[in-house]
Design a binder for this molecule. Structure first.
Ligand SMILES: [Zn+2]
Length: 177
């Protein structure tokens, strides 16, 4: 499998320098795209923006941990209650799937828990995350203004990253990256 590269330059945003672009493609229809900022001013600006973005991501992750900790502290009992009568892996999976805690299909769930004893509290702790939190809270009929505040705060901080993921997923699906 060999790659072919096409290299060219384009003006940088400030107009005083250049950006080197390298586009690659191979026999399998895969492509690559790489840009190097050759202008010192734009390069510095780009590095600062990246550092800012990393900082925003760090803050967003911290806030996610906060809302998850709060939720577990206050609603673990209610979650455990849901599993009171789950004696088999089948009923554990069914309950977890209905609450929104599990995304695996029944057969994948068996595969992943094969020859393992499931400790419900550990299982909940491991599976609860930012993506399924809202669904779980809705299913538990959580009405809690503090939780709402924490949740909305995370949502506003994580939005740019979720939008970016969606954009990348779209481009990937279209085969543009
Ligand atoms: Zn520039």
């Amino acid at each position: 499998m060999s790659w072919d590269y096409d290299e060219y330059t384009k003006p940088c945003p400030c107009g005083k320098g250049l950006i080197k672009v390298v586009n690659g493609s191979n026999d399998w229809g895969q492509t690559s795209h790489n840009e190097t900022i050759l202008c010192p001013e734009c390069k510095e600006k780009d590095e600062l923006e990246k550092a800012d973005k990393e900082e925003r991501r760090r803050v967003a992750n911290q806030k996610i941990d906060m809302v998850l900790d709060y939720f577990k502290e206050n609603y673990m009992d209610r979650l455990l209650d849901k599993f009171v009568n789950t004696k088999s892996k089948k009923t554990i999976w069914k309950t977890a799937y209905e609450i929104g805690l599990e995304t695996y299909s029944e057969s994948s769930f068996y595969k992943h828990t094969k020859s393992k004893t499931i400790v419900i509290e550990d299982y909940i702790n491991k599976n609860i995350n930012w993506r399924n939190l809202k669904k779980i809270a809705t299913n538990l009929q959580v009405k809690d203004s503090k939780f709402e505040v924490l949740y909305k705060d995370v949502a506003s901080h994580i939005k740019e990253f979720e939008d970016e993921e969606k954009r990348l997923a779209y481009l990937r699906a279209k085969g543009r990256i």
